[in-house]
Design a protein around this ligand. Structure first.
Ligand code: AP5
Length: 232
């Protein structure tokens, strides 16, 4: 079922604007596959100077390296299923202990299940969760045309955000590729998995009063503006 969209941009749950603890800013970017979490996170990083932590990128790096984690994760990822909680939780806990997370972080694609969200509670106080929304047909169009840089992970789209030279990253000159899980069968599975296992997190964070809905049915600058306004 298509998620509900508010055309007016940001919709905050009660209490969603609040003071951060000191300057630290721990954010979650939540939303279906292909809604634009990674694209917007890269823009927010420039403004807020905190790292984007994408569990998808970390897992893809492990697959590329051929590590034990990568070997275990590959089959799940290619078929559009979630990697088991214990593997991802362990990966994430190690990552957020690194020095660059002292001022905060943006979690892009974590948590994806209630057990992941519960495990995070013991590790870090989350200040705000952005719930990125789009219609299903938009998501499918975005995923089908996505191209990612092999070298720097920059994200493009063959028609929405094309690179200046086809197949080449504008930022570093690296080769652009289509992800294995951006094929029709895997996209369908990822959307089903999202509805079943990840969408319950919307209520989880809404009940805590830290959820902000962001409408992504608009050009990127507007989404970035709405996101920064919601972060405060
Ligand atoms: P992951 O890499 O996290 O994939 P995802 O959540 O499916 O999200 P995507 O990266 O596909 O999309 P996005 O929302 O970042 O969109 P993007 O900015 O690229 O995870 C991959 C796999 O790893 C999972 O399936 C799972 O197996 C595993 N995994 C990861 N985390 C896990 C976890 N916590 N637990 C268990 N397993 C885990 O944008 C999409 C496209 O749209 C781009 O082409 C972009 O250019 C374009 N676009 C974006 N915004 C706009 C806009 N406003 N207008 C027009 N085009 C736009």
């Amino acid at each position: 079922m298509a998620p509900e969209i508010r055309r007016s941009g940001v919709q905050l749950s009660p209490g969603a604007y609040f003071n951060f603890k000191g300057d630290k800013m721990n954010l979650i970017f939540l939303g279906p596959p292909g809604v634009g979490k990674g694209t917007i996170a890269k823009e927010v990083v420039k403004e807020k100077n905190i790292p984007q932590i994408s569990t998808g990128d970390l897992l893809r790096a492990a697959v590329k390296k051929g590590s034990e984690l990568g070997i275990k994760a590959k089959g799940y990822m290619d078929s559009g299923k979630l990697v088991p909680d214990d593997l991802v939780i362990d990966l994430l806990k190690k990552r957020i202990k690194k020095d660059d997370c002292q001022e905060g972080f943006i979690l892009d694609g974590f948590p994806r299940t209630i057990p992941q969200a519960e495990s995070l509670e013991g590790e870090a106080k989350i200040d705000k969760t952005m719930n990125f929304k789009a219609l299903n047909e938009t998501i499918i169009q975005r995923l089908s045309g996505r191209r990612t840089c092999k070298k720097c992970n920059a994200i493009f789209h063959i028609t929405n955000i094309p690179p200046k030279v086809e197949g080449i990253c504008d930022k570093c000159g690296g080769e652009l590729f289509q992800r294995d899980d951006d094929k029709p069968d895997a996209i369908k599975k990822r959307l089903e998995v999202y509805q079943k296992q990840t969408a319950p997190l919307i209520d989880f964070y809404k009940e805590k009063g830290i959820l902000a809905d962001i409408d992504t049915e608009q050009p990127i600058p507007g989404i970035v503006k709405d996101t920064l306004a919601a972060i405060g």
